[in-house]
Design a protein around this ligand. Structure first.
Ligand code: ATP
Ligand code: MG
Length: 420
């Protein structure tokens, strides 16, 4: 019996990996312009880290984590998100000691035990960024500008930015109380989840996708009417910066995030092309998080994008594969041997070169070169080797030129180096 991958965990096959590389490379380039540096953290953390930071009553901690005991009896969890591990690393290595402002980004797999469907998997990948140590609303706007800039750069232009403020430990409790009161009066139509958790996590009720819950929550009090002076000013300033940067956005006072650590500014980039999986990127401020996990009392803001959702939005992944600059069609043992030697030397010089390894006919080798999209084909048969000259065909127009085999590597390198 053959063994398949675990449900909800995908292979990224060669036909697709080109687009993944492009998405990652563009992220590196764009983020670097905004002063971000990469951080790499483990895929597994102590379970406690996620319980304490994401929150015991969130969907992630309640039902989505891959938690297991290792052989030493420690409870470990495959990371469901990147912010908590990055903050754990930040605190552990005291990154603030060498620089009061840290801008970090990360790539990597995340794990959540959800029902797999298009755009929702059990192992998925995020590209994320975090800024630690800046309270100024300018950084909120910068982070959003960088995110929007990234989407422009990768050519996804039909996403919409929504922003909200979730207040802080000073103003949110009062809002929460009012929200709980509001919900209490209309418990009947709510779904089971919402009835169970409205007291422990009333904000999630606002975000529930069940139509009856949505309807019942019409007219619920808005967090934006309950912000304290500090949060109100912060949010207004973020918005005015967004205007200065000419970033289009809408304010959605009902947007809550699925993680407890968010404060003040929160945001999502939404698409209507992925059905229920409408969020492509999401994030916000998490001013108390570092301290909560035992680090310094520094504020933070960041986001994470779902790479699988980016790939779905980009489409036509195949077109992005690299093709060889040269295919060497060697005929007979001698031809194949010489093809092999020249190919290796050119590869070392930095060129993408391919050959056939099966001793096939010239026709079959041309078919292979064509399939690979090779730009040129060099033909090396018995005659060519005897005469010391080989034809080089340009596959785009069929034109052929003769290449002396003396110094052939130099000659080919010069020709390949000239092409775009
Ligand atoms: P959703 O509302 O779709 O469940 P979320 O609020 O749980 O998203 P976040 O925790 O904010 O998502 O993660 C940020 C991004 O990571 C999401 O916007 C999405 O693009 C991606 N993402 C989250 N969960 C998954 C998943 N199970 N499969 C694929 N991508 C995911
Ligand atoms: Mg989710």
């Amino acid at each position: 019996m053959s063994i398949n991958a675990v449900k909800g965990m995908n292979d990224i096959l060669p036909a697709e990996s080109g687009i993944w590389q492009e998405l990652e490379q563009t992220a590196r380039e764009v983020f670097q312009r905004y002063g971000f540096k990469e951080i790499r953290v483990p895929v597994v953390e102590k379970t406690e880290l996620f319980c304490r930071s994401i929150g015991e009553t969130t969907d992630i901690v309640e039902k989505e984590m891959y938690t297991f005991q290792d052989k030493g009896g420690h409870s470990l969890t495959l990371r469901p998100e990147g912010t908590a591990p990055v903050m754990r690393a930040f605190a552990q290595h005291k990154l603030h000691a060498s620089d009061p402002i840290n801008k970090l980004y990360y790539f990597g797999p995340m794990f959540r035990h959800e029902r797999p469907q298009k755009g929702r998997y059990r192992q998925f990948h995020q590209i994320g960024a975090e800024v630690i140590g800046v309270d100024d609303p300018k950084i909120d706007a910068q982070v959003l500008a960088m995110l929007v800039h990234y989407f422009q750069e990768v050519g996804i232009d039909d996403v919409a930015l929504q922003v909200n403020s979730l207040g802080c430990p000073e103003c949110r409790p009062e809002y929460r109380k009012q929200l709980v009161d509001f919900i209490e009066e209309r418990l009947e139509p709510l779904c089971e989840d919402c009835r169970r958790r409205y007291k422990t996590n009333p904000l999630r009720v606002l975000d529930c996708k069940v139509p009856a819950c949505k309807e019942a929550m019409d007219g619920a009090p808005s967090i934006l009417d309950h912000l304290c002076a500090g949060c109100d000013t912060h949010f207004a300033t973020v918005r005015s910066h967004l205007q200065v940067l000419e970033l289009d956005y809408t304010v959605n006072p009902r947007m809550v995030r699925g993680l407890d650590y968010y404060t003040k500014t929160t945001f999502e980039l939404l698409t209507d092309r992925l059905g229920a999986q409408s969020a492509v990127a999401a994030g916000g401020r998490y001013d108390g998080l570092l301290k909560q996990i035992g680090g310094p009392d520094l504020t933070g803001i960041g986001f994470a994008m779902g790479v699988e959702r980016l790939v779905l939005l980009k489409g036509d992944a195949d077109a992005r594969q690299q093709s060889p600059a040269l295919f060497i069609a060697g005929l007979g043992d001698e031809g194949a041997g010489e093809a092999f030697r020249i190919m290796s030397l050119l590869q070392r010089r930095g060129f993408f070169v391919e050959m056939d390894y099966q001793g096939r006919s010239l026709k079959a080798q041309f078919r292979r070169a064509d399939k690979l999209g090779a730009q040129r084909v060099l033909i090396l048969g018995e005659n060519e080797l005897a005469q010391g000259v080989a034809p080089l065909r340009d596959m785009s127009d069929g034109n052929q030129q003769d290449i002396p085999l003396e110094d052939v590597v130099e000659r080919l390198a010069a020709i390949l180096g000239e092409s775009p």
